[in-house]
Design a protein around this ligand. Structure first.
Ligand SMILES: C[S@@+](CC[C@H](N)C(=O)[O-])C[C@H]1O[C@@H](n2cnc3c(N)ncnc32)[C@H](O)[C@@H]1O
Length: 360
């Protein structure tokens, strides 16, 4: 922060070029800039303090609440929700969880904003104590939300430094937050992953779709597919697309999008990406991978390296694991890369790389 935006962006390009310097075939396209403020479509807020005076933000080193309602990277439409959240905490007498004392009920509020303006609000509670109050006040709460919004309650009974638990109850009749990126409808269920910067997510999917269409494969695997952004953008008549993702919630959301687009040759499966590839018994013409920060497994790199896959698109949020994985993909030539600034005001960025199998 406090670094002029274009200097931030250049710093990320320099960092990425440095990490990928061994690949002398690689050309960098101009980086994709983002809005430098208000770009985050997700606010993961810790609730602390008291019922009368809750803090909405993060915890300090001693576990006490620090208010971050005015954080400039959060979309203003989400920031506008914080007074509503505060009012409901007071009116329903919700007791914020006190981390040092391990007491209280309301741990977090997780908000996601769609490009349509609709919001998903997830209340993360320790126990069911406040559940009835939240459910009974749903009509009044929904009145404060934009049309198309979704409200749920998540239970995190353990005293753990994680954001959410496994059990989730959706309170609204609507169960998915709907986005529309590049004209493609996408659905997000409460526990599915969605890229945190909608503007850059749309640019990322456009870039991948352009590279896929340039080489026009008959079959594409989208590994680590989340709610299906890459697969849905890669679909075309005469082309089969397969999205593989461990979160069954995300897979269900991707299937809903594919059905609404009438895509008959788009298939989404809840499975480990490595297991899927190693047991598929066939290889597609192109593979897109977009793994978590740890990158792809050594087994998946090995399988890809020995496969008949002609093109790989690797979208990474960690250029360090990307550099390691590109080294393992020694039978492929990295051709093009583009830094996509998913996370302005931080050192983080997304980078997308196009590879082609090297001539034998
Ligand atoms: C960086 S996100 C990318 C999601 C998606 N491609 C998108 O654009 O939103 C990584 C995804 O990988 C999923 N994931 C994590 N480990 C996995 C594994 N072993 N096999 C398949 N998917 C996995 C996560 O649930 C998450 O949705």
């Amino acid at each position: 922060m406090n670094v002029p935006y274009l200097d931030q962006l250049q710093g990320k390009v320099d960092h990425c070029q440095h990490l990928l310097a061994d690949f002398d075939t690689l050309a960098f396209l101009p980086a994709q800039p983002s809005n430098e403020a208000g770009f985050r479509n997700k606010a993961k807020m810790v609730i602390s303090g008291t019922t009368a005076q809750p803090t909405i933000g993060i915890l300090d080193a001693e576990g006490h609440g620090v208010d971050l309602r005015n954080c400039g990277v959060i979309d203003p439409a989400l920031r506008a929700m914080f007074p509503v959240i505060e009012r409901f905490i007071r009116e329903l007498k919700l007791i914020p969880y006190d981390v040092p004392k391990r007491k209280g009920e309301l741990k977090h509020v997780i908000l996601t904003l769609s490009d349509t303006g609709a919001i998903m609000v997830r209340w993360v509670l320790r126990t069911k104590k406040h559940f009835v109050a939240l459910r009974s006040s749903l009509p009044q709460f929904v009145e404060q939300l934009p049309p198309g919004s979704v409200v749920s309650v998540n239970f995190l009974p353990e005293h753990k430094a994680v954001l959410e638990g496994e059990e989730e109850i959706i309170l609204t009749r609507r169960t998915t937050l709907q986005f529309e990126l590049n004209g493609i409808p996408m659905h997000l269920r409460p526990q599915g992953f969605f890229q945190t910067n909608t503007q850059i997510a749309a640019a990322l999917y456009r870039q991948a779709a352009q590279w896929i269409n340039d080489v026009n494969p008959e079959s594409v695997w989208d590994l680590y597919s989340g709610v299906g952004g890459f697969a849905l953008h890669s679909a075309a008549p005469g082309r089969a697309v397969y999205g593989i993702e461990t979160s069954s919630e995300a897979v269900e959301a991707a299937k809903t999008s594919a059905a609404s687009l009438g895509l008959e040759d788009a298939h989404f499966m809840a499975q480990d990406a490595t297991e899927f590839a190693l047991n598929a018994g066939w290889a597609p013409d192109a593979v897109i991978v977009n793994p978590p920060r740890r990158g792809i497994s050594a087994e998946l790199s090995q399988w890809l390296n020995d496969s008949d896959v002609e093109h790989i698109i690797y979208s990474s949020c960690n250029a360090q694991s990307l550099a390691r994985d590109l080294k393992r993909l020694s039978n492929y030539t990295p051709q093009l890369a583009r830094v996509m600034d998913m996370f302005p005001q931080t050192n983080h960025y997304e980078v997308i790389v196009k590879l082609q199998r090297s001539a034998a």
